[in-house]
Design a protein around this ligand. Structure first.
Ligand code: PEP
Ligand code: MN
Length: 260
């Protein structure tokens, strides 16, 4: 009976006055990869006008194929910071290696731990020793229990500013890139008391499904969304098939506001 109530109370994680886990769903939007300074600034401005609350963009990209674009690296952080300066949007980006931890502590608003690193316990411990908000993506083959225990590694090291992110898991289904497991939303909230957001972009891999699954995520109580959006989705260097344009992002933020 309890599980049918999607409004589990979770702790609020405060990022410069933006509360994840509060009464409003938070929309984090931006490209899969930071590609250039102009690209990220243009997208940040457009995303903000479309109603996004924070900016995402990968600078270290964990690509399955080592021959694919690996991200701009630490140079990309400068571009993200310039986008933040011009828009005021806090920035979310993935940390893959502790060698960049100090730069991330100094400049990044939410440190993302990617799906492939959910089991990287030394990385989890390292971010656990900071006070930074951590966005912990679900390993693509992780059970909910393993995912919660990954969060426990961060919490045990001293950092309880944790936001879970459901991004789809690998199942026998091949139509979608991953199987978006929305049951994780109320389960994580109930079992941990931490907020959880949903990534319908990696969760589906299909642009046309992103809007619909965004609404579904909010309907089941998600505390926010992580969405890949681009001013020119077809020109995205990575993940273009799942990247929506800014018009669609605006539709989503409007529909989400109506659901609340
Ligand atoms: C991303 O959000 O850019 C990303 C690489 O996602 P994941 O770690 O979920 O594959
Ligand atoms: Mn991506």
């Amino acid at each position: 009976r309890k599980i049918m109530n999607s409004n589990f109370k979770v702790r609020e994680i405060d990022i410069d006055g933006i509360k994840i886990g509060g009464k409003n769903a938070i929309i984090i939007a931006g490209p899969c990869s930071v590609e250039s300074q102009d690209q990220i600034i243009q997208i940040a401005k457009a995303a903000k006008a479309a109603g996004a609350n924070m900016l995402r963009g990968g600078i270290f990209k964990p690509r399955t194929n080592p021959n694919d674009f690996q991200g701009l690296g630490i140079k990309g952080l400068e571009y993200l910071l310039e986008a933040k300066r011009q828009t005021g949007l806090p920035i979310v980006t993935e940390l893959m290696d502790t060698q960049h931890l100090d730069a991330f502590i100094k400049h990044v608003d939410i440190i993302q731990i990617g799906s492939r690193n959910m089991y990287n316990y030394s990385l989890l411990k390292a971010v656990g020793e900071t006070k930074k908000p951590i966005l912990l993506k679900r390993g693509f083959s992780a059970t909910i229990r393993e995912w919660i225990l990954a969060a426990e590694h961060i919490a045990k090291a001293g950092n309880e500013n944790i936001i879970f992110c459901e991004r789809g898991i690998r199942t026998f289904e091949e139509y979608t890139r991953n199987t978006l497991d929305l049951t994780a939303v109320p389960i994580i909230q109930k079992e941990t008391g931490y907020p959880i957001i949903v990534d319908p972009s990696h969760g589906t891999g299909i642009r046309a499904l992103v809007g619909i699954m965004s609404e579904a995520a909010i309907a089941c109580g998600a505390n926010g969304l992580l969405i890949e959006a681009h001013t020119h989705p077809e020109q995205s260097i990575s993940d273009k098939d799942q990247t929506i344009d800014i018009g669609e992002l605006e539709q989503i933020t409007k529909r989400i506001a109506l659901l609340k």
